[in-house]
Design a protein. Structure first.
Ligand code: SF4
Length: 468
């Protein structure tokens, strides 16, 4: 049996129905992105280079921007917490809730919360925690995990969702009309919003200058969650900072276009602290929990550029590997090209368990081309492959390259091998009793070897030029 990479195994086993959903969903997002970006900007590349530079600058001075953000947030009446690990963040959030006797909350989509497995933790501690993003809500009902950053249920179709609603009693009958599904979810969720005492959100950006938290959604679910709640807790990765409010314009212009092909998402909220006395509703108390969870280690590594990521998912949509295998194949919160870099890095000591992810790429470079913050993802994948090699981590499905390295770095051996290689044309290697070789050759036809001809040609040219 040939040793396969895990992602290959997922890609082989994924049902055709799921794969079709992923491929068509990703392709539609990529097409929309392309149309809207090139229609609106003469040179979108300039904009993404600028965004990359702003993020790069922020990461280089992250310590001082974090200090500035803390002061700005506190000036706005926000309580600021720093969580070094996922466990610290969970404990902080739980103690805020318990101290206030809160047992019911709604949650607006947050990848950071997925990363630290916040939901099961809160539920285990007696807190009713309801996802309010439609996709995440369905994921919660199915006891599933997201497979895409922006479209968590890209792997599901409306028939599956209709069956889930019927099974869970959200709907009395089976109806797979998308509008009916949405209407039913809305009726169910609106009642839950009114019962919730707190809301947990993520944060797309925080301006260090003003302490404004920016939330970008299409369903307005964070707004709904916030209106009746008394407490708002935002869990935000430390890399989500931008220096000034002016910078937000650059990122908001790029985020919607890159994520869903919209010029701007339907709801863009700028939250400057808890409600004041003139406002009729909204949280009276606001907390921001800054999550580290390995990010400072990434910052110190040679892959720090990945922290520029604004979670737009454009790289997932365009990646041929992601499209074939779907997000679950990446076995971590972040899938696709961004996940292939970020997940092994955030895994810390568990790096070996995800060290195969950077190898599941053809290095075609499409991810780098679409990335709105110009992250050189293929370079980072290579750096992680190098790290895995140095740490001697076994990688299934990868052919051993050391014999080739010896050959390529020993000129005499190389010359001999090239001269001998012509003999390969006459050897029946297709019938060699080596199973992996047979499987490999079963999918390809080897070209005819021309070994050694280049040297002969080059030498003859040099001789000619000397004679003339
Ligand atoms: S790596 Fe770039 S393209 Fe991929 S999600 Fe992050 S910002 Fe978007």
């Amino acid at each position: 049996m040939i040793d396969h990479q895990l992602i290959d195994t997922y890609a082989r086993e994924i049902s055709e129905e799921k794969q079709t959903s992923v491929i068509s969903g990703s392709a539609a997002s990529t097409d929309k992105r392309y149309t809207v970006l090139f229609k609106d900007y003469e040179n979108p590349d300039e904009l993404r280079k600028l965004a990359g530079k702003i993020k790069d600058h922020t990461l280089h001075h992250l310590d001082s921007y974090l200090e500035q953000a803390e002061v700005s947030l506190q000036r706005n009446g926000v309580q600021v917490h720093f969580a070094d690990t996922g466990d610290d963040a969970k404990a902080t959030i739980l103690s805020i809730l318990k101290d206030r006797g809160i047992s019911k909350l709604t949650k607006s989509k947050s990848m950071a919360a997925e990363e630290i497995h916040l939901n099961p933790y809160l539920i285990e501690h007696g807190i009713e925690c309801l996802e309010s993003d439609l996709g995440e809500f369905i994921i919660q009902l199915d006891d599933d995990v997201p497979s895409h950053i922006v479209r968590p249920i890209i792997h599901k179709n409306r028939r599956e969702i209709a069956r889930t609603f019927q099974r869970e009693g959200i709907a009395a009958d089976y109806n797979d009309d998308p509008e009916t599904i949405t209407r039913r979810a809305r009726v169910f969720l609106r009642e839950k919003y009114m019962q919730a005492e707190a809301v947990i959100t993520g944060g797309n950006f925080i301006s260090a200058e003003s302490g404004r938290l920016v939330l970008v959604t299409n369903e307005g679910n964070s707004r709904f969650g916030m209106a009746p709640s008394k407490v708002h807790i935002a869990l935000v990765g430390i890399e989500k900072l931008v220096p000034t409010d002016k910078d937000l314009a650059v990122f908001l212009n790029l985020l919607g276009r890159s994520a869903t092909g919209q010029q701007l998402t339907v709801y863009t909220e700028f939250i400057s602290g808890p409600k004041d006395t003139s406002q009729p509703s909204g949280p009276e108390e606001m907390h921001v929990v800054f999550l580290n969870n390995g990010r400072t280690d990434v910052l110190e590594s040679n892959c720090r550029e990945i922290l520029r990521c604004i979670r737009c998912s454009a790289c997932q949509n365009v990646c041929p590997v992601y499209r074939q295998a779907s997000g679950h194949a990446y076995r971590a919160t972040y899938g696709g090209p961004v996940g292939a870099v970020l997940s092994p890095l955030l895994a810390g000591k568990e790096f070996p368990e995800l060290a195969d992810l950077p190898k599941a790429s053809s290095l075609c470079g499409a991810c780098n081309e679409v990335c709105p913050v110009d992250i050189p993802i293929p370079d980072l994948l290579l750096r992680l492959r190098d790290k895995a090699k140095r740490e001697k981590i076994h990688s299934p499905g990868a052919p051993p390259m050391s014999p080739f390295a010896t050959l390529a770095t020993t000129p005499s051996l190389w010359r001999t091998a090239m001269t001998m290689s012509k003999a390969m044309n006459h050897l029946p290697i297709q019938v060699a009793p080596v199973k992996p070789l047979q499987e490999w050759l079963g999918q390809r036809t080897l070209p005819e070897w021309h070994g050694g001809d280049f040297r002969k040609w080059f030498n003859s040219r040099s001789n000619k030029s000397k004679q003339s």
